[in-house]
Design a protein around this ligand. Structure first.
Ligand code: HEC
Length: 141
C-alpha cells in the first residue's frame, strides 16, 4: 500500500468505528431530548416495529419540558402519579386539547405555576400514539 492508501484506510476505519459508537449511544441515550427524533429515523422502522409510549414521549419532545426522567423541570410539571387524576381517555383528550380542561382547578393551578410555558396541543397526532403515551404515563407511579 502507498502512504495515501494507508491514510484512506485509516480514515475509513475511524469512520466505521464512529458509526458503531453512535449506534451504541443511540440505544443508551434514548431519553435525551432533541436528537431523539433523528436517532429514531436513523435506527429505521425495521429495528423498531412498535414504538412504545416511552419512545413517543421523546419523539414528540415531551421530555424537553417535562424532563428526560419525566419528573418535571421549571418549565412543566412531573408526569408521575397521574393515575389518580386521569383515565386513559382523559389523558388522550388532554393531549389533544389541554385547553378543554381549563375549567378545572388543577389546570388553573398548573397554569399559574408554569406560567412561562404552555402545554402544546397534540391534536394532529395519531390517536394510537396518544393512547400509547397515555398507557405509559398511567404506569408511572
Ligand atoms: C412546551 C413545553 C411542553 C411540552 C413540549 C409538553 N408539555 Fe405537557 N405541560 C406543559 C405545561 C407548562 C403544563 C402545565 C399546564 C399548562 O401550563 O398548560 C403541562 C401539563 C401536562 C400534563 C398535565 C399534568 C397534570 O398534572 O395534570 C400532562 C399529562 C402533560 N403535560 C403531558 C405531556 C405530553 C405527553 C407531552 C408530549 C406529547 C407534553 N406534555 C409536552 C408543558 C409542555
Amino acid at each position: 500500500m502507498t502512504k495515501a492508501q494507508i491514510w484512506v484506510a485509516g480514515f475509513l476505519a475511524a469512520f466505521i468505528l464512529l458509526l458503531v459508537l453512535q449506534n451504541f449511544t443511540t440505544t443508551e441515550n434514548s431519553h435525551s431530548a432533541g436528537m431523539g427524533g433523528m436517532q429514531q429515523m436513523a435506527a429505521g422502522p425495521a429495528n423498531n416495529p412498535s414504538v412504545g409510549g416511552k419512545e413517543l414521549l421523546t419523539n414528540f419532545n415531551c421530555v424537553t419540558c417535562h424532563g428526560a426522567d419525566l419528573k418535571g423541570t421549571n418549565l412543566a410539571p412531573g408526569l408521575y402519579g397521574l393515575k389518580g387524576t386521569y383515565s386513559s381517555q382523559m389523558l388522550v383528550s388532554y393531549l389533544k386539547n389541554p385547553q378543554s380542561f381549563e375549567g378545572g382547578a388543577r389546570y388553573k393551578a398548573l397554569k399559574e405555576k408554569y406560567s412561562n410555558r404552555v402545554m402544546p396541543s397534540f391534536g394532529n397526532r395519531d390517536d394510537k400514539d396518544l393512547e400509547a403515551i397515555a398507557t405509559y404515563l398511567l404506569s408511572l407511579e
